[in-house]
Design a protein around this ligand. Structure first.
Ligand code: NG1
Ligand code: ZN
Length: 542
């Protein structure tokens, strides 16, 4: 390591005094103007991680569903997964080191992580469409090059595309070709293969309206749509030509406000979906004939997908295990439906995809989704081998099911939730099962639910257990929540410090929207009073 060169270059990406940031659930995230030094340093860290793993590492510049003025950065590990937890700590140390300590911190990390500094390093970089992203990704490149790393800058990519590129490169092309063309081809041909079984039965041509949150999803979907146009035609809205990124549109807006985005024309009973700003989340929705809005969130997506997979697994009868992983934010009705009607085992983990992802890896086939629409399906190597074998050797009905599962394996981006890949899977399943969006929605009825935010002086005063469903500290808060929950029917509530924003999140559900809103308000007040609320007290009726 040429530490003098690092010091010199770092001065061009100097850290503002007093700023400390945490590598959270989704990497570093804050106002774009505070991130230059973080980007440079993540370039440095990516080189060390690449040397240590002897693999290609990814760096993605994006702040996902957050406002256009924000930005963020996260590292992608060799198999296309989120950065390992021990390296999150290194990332935090490095990002927060004062200028003069930077060389020492780099040496410390290299020693602690037993990095072989003579190894070559290779880093791939992607970015979203934010105005700040281009310059910030250049700072990442400066960090990579000063430590002698090689790099490939993919420029504009969705987050899941960058994860795909990393995995392709480290699997020596076995997972696919590490180009956008390779990504489009892999997913589209799996989709067309799967969906054609429905279309030969004379189904009419399918169309879908997609709200792209004025983000990168619009550019990539516009490039990709020709590849799957035989099976599906997509109409893009909020494609970034006019509106602002994530402003009054996108998956996060639709899910949290429970209303349609601006900028999309919806007719009664038409299937619509929204991506978030970096296209790793998707939610569906429609207006019924009375103009009422219906949201189909990640929980209902997981339900549709797992019921389809369960049918195929019964068909091949090979005892492969199927499990669904959710977080505490999953609607109670979805959990009940999965467990009691579909008889599928359901597990709850802490918020954040990496927790869901790890749990899902315990099954032959693990379906995981956050209610906000982030999720995918993972197939174990053993399951994949078995399915491929059956697709070749078994008798007719079994073979057909195995072949469909084979397409499903190719169609899911198995590195991370991917709005484009999830959309194609959902569209294929709806076509195969002949389901309308209303029929899908009617699988079960969501319990009314409400999410609120409470500002407190220090959100770390709250600690939780039981996959964030119970508060341990501060004392008395869990008892207060229990008493409030008891007042309502079918009720549930929990609170947890956000991993991405400086707030405490409150979640409540109950038998009616009115009761849910009361419960959410009362719990917010309890948090405000017992956990050091600041600013305005929570208000009834928001
Ligand atoms: P936090 O801020 O920790 O609640 C949010 C989402 C997560 C996840 C991350 C990363 C909710 C309630 N939380 O985390 O599910 O998507 O952002 O983007 O939606
Ligand atoms: Zn996102």
């Amino acid at each position: 390591m040429d530490l003098d060169a690092v010091t010199k270059q770092s001065a061009l990406h100097a850290k503002p005094d007093g700023l400390t940031l945490q590598y959270g659930t989704a990497g570093f995230r804050t106002k774009a103007e505070h991130l230059d030094h973080v980007m440079f340093r993540m370039g440095l860290l990516a080189v060390l991680r690449s040397k240590q793993t002897k693999s290609t590492i990814g760096v993605m510049v994006t702040a996902s569903h957050n406002p256009e003025e924000d930005n963020g950065v996260k590292l992608v590990d060799p198999l296309g997964e989120m950065l390992a937890a021990s390296w999150e700590e290194h990332a935090t140390c490095l990002a927060n080191a004062e200028e003069q300590h930077l060389p020492r911190v780099l040496v410390d990390i290299s020693e602690k992580a037993a990095v072989d500094l003579h190894q070559d390093a290779f880093v791939v970089i992607g970015r979203d469409t934010r105005p700040s992203s281009e310059k910030l990704s250049q700072s990442v490149i400066d960090g990579v090059t000063v430590l002698g790393g090689q790099f490939h800058d993919y420029g504009l990519l969705t987050t899941p595309q960058l994860h795909y590129m990393v995995f392709c490169r480290n699997s020596k092309g076995q997972y696919g070709k590490a180009t956008t063309e390779g990504y489009y081809q892999k997913l589209s041909s799996a989709f067309v293969e799967l969906a054609k079984q429905a279309f030969c039965s004379g189904d009419d041509h399918r169309t879908l309206k997609v709200d792209c949150a004025n983000g990168i999803g619009a550019l990539k979907l516009a490039e990709m749509k020709h590849y799957f146009s035989q099976g599906l035609s997509v109409q893009l809205f909020n494609d970034g030509t006019k509106g602002k990124l994530n402003h009054l549109c996108g998956a996060d807006f639709v899910k949290s406000h429970q209303k349609p985005p601006q900028g999309i024309e919806m007719k009664a009973n038409e299937r619509c979906c929204s991506f978030d700003g970096d296209a790793d989340r998707i939610v569906y929705y429609y207006h019924d004939a009375d103009g009422q809005f219906h949201l189909i969130d990640g929980d209902k997506i997981a339900t549709l997908i797992s019921s389809f997979l369960k049918e195929l697994l019964l068909e091949i009868g090979d005892g492969l295990s199927l499990g669904v992983v959710q977080t505490a934010y999953a609607n109670g009705s979805s959990t009940r439906y999965l467990e009691e009607v579909m008889k599928v085992p359901v597990y709850c983990t802490k918020t954040g995809v990496k927790h869901l992802h790890h749990k899902a890896q315990e099954f032959d086939i693990g379906v995981y989704f956050e209610a906000n629409g982030h999720g995918t399906v993972l197939f174990s190597k053993a399951a994949e081998t078995k399915i491929k074998q059956l697709a070749k050797e078994s008798e007719d009905e079994k073979r057909k099911a195995a072949k469909m599962l084979e397409s499903v394996i190719d169609l899911f981006n198995q590195t991370i939730g991917d709005a484009i890949s999830d959309m194609l899977v959902i569209e294929a399943i709806l076509a195969l099962k002949g389901l309308t969006v209303q029929q899908w929605d009617a699988l079960y009825t969501d319990l009314p639910n409400r999410q609120l935010k409470v500002k407190v002086a220090d959100r770390q005063v709250i600690s939780t257990t039981d996959a964030e469903r119970q508060v341990v500290k501060p004392p008395g808060l869990q008892e207060a929540i229990n008493d409030l929950v008891k007042k309502y029917r079918l009720s549930r509530a929990f609170v947890r410090p956000s991993g991405t924003e400086d707030i405490v999140r409150v979640y409540a559900e109950a038998d009616s929207q009115e009761n849910t809103d009361s419960l959410a308000y009362e719990v917010s007040l309890a948090v405000f009073q017992l956990a050091g609320g600041i600013g305005e007290r929570p208000q009834r009726g928001f």
